[in-house]
Design a protein around this ligand. Sequence first.
Ligand code: GDP
Ligand code: MG
Length: 299
Amino acid sequence: SRVQLGFANLPDQMHRKAVKKGFNFTLMVVGESGLGKSTLINSLFQQDLYKDRELGSVTERINKTTEIEKRYIELDEKGVKLRLTVVDTPGFNDCINCQECWRPIEDYIDNTFEQYFKDECGLNRKNIIDHRVHCCLYFISPYGHGLRPIDVEFMRRLHGKVNIVPIIAKSDTLTSTEVRELKERVMGDLERHKIQIYRMPETDSDDDEETRVQESEIRACIPFAAIGSNCVVESGETGRRVRGRQYPWGVVEVENPRHCDFTKLRIFLLGTHMQDLKDITKELHYENYRAKYITERMT
Ligand code: GDP
Ligand code: MG
């Protein structure tokens, strides 16, 4: 039996017409290869999106620059449809001369805005296909001591264009203390470099107690410590079959909140904050682009 992903609760936030049409959401993943991006996406959406992908040969990898690769998933939960686009960016930071590996990603995001702007000005305004990226999961290496120059560079370039949500990759390779320390370092580095990651809106005093507790728990664990797995294993605690990673000394469970922040990340993305991520994309990032575009062309 499948775990409920959480988006069936979205209608509470929306009106009925939108519910009938379903939801579109575009999620981008960025980070150097090997940090578990594809595995986490598969874990989040309970799919195997990348099984048909082959690794390029070594020489190919060295010369490669960042690519953009799109996948589509249609999910249905209690009659609510979610059309999800996953934009992967293989090759980011893989090449030797990596100074500008953020550029193809920036160009891609600019192009989606430009396309939207042109469509909006065109004749068929009612049926625009929206390619704008609503959220960018940025994977931070668990092996470093905080943000590396490439992380800083990427986020500074892109934070005004997309909602960046930082992820501590492969957090099962760290002890609880190390996870806590790395999170603190990352938050400190973000502040020092004046990087504006996605900020959850202030808690609404109208919300019930349970919602407020959930929100403050999510807020407290950013950057999310993630673990992904493509396998189902037997839980050491409950004996149940769970998505997890089997080690000689035991099992780490992807969906166990004591093992990592995966469950909170999924609730955040697909439940509680999907609509806000879309709103901010539209009202802040796209509006900024649009204002700049118009100013540059009128003067
Ligand atoms: P990508 O290049 O970022 O898409 O990374 P992949 O998802 O292809 O994973 C690269 C390798 O890391 C694979 O061998 C995965 O099994 C492993 N991996 C993925 N997620 C995790 C994780 O959360 N923890 C650990 N320890 N290994 C992981
Ligand atoms: Mg991958």
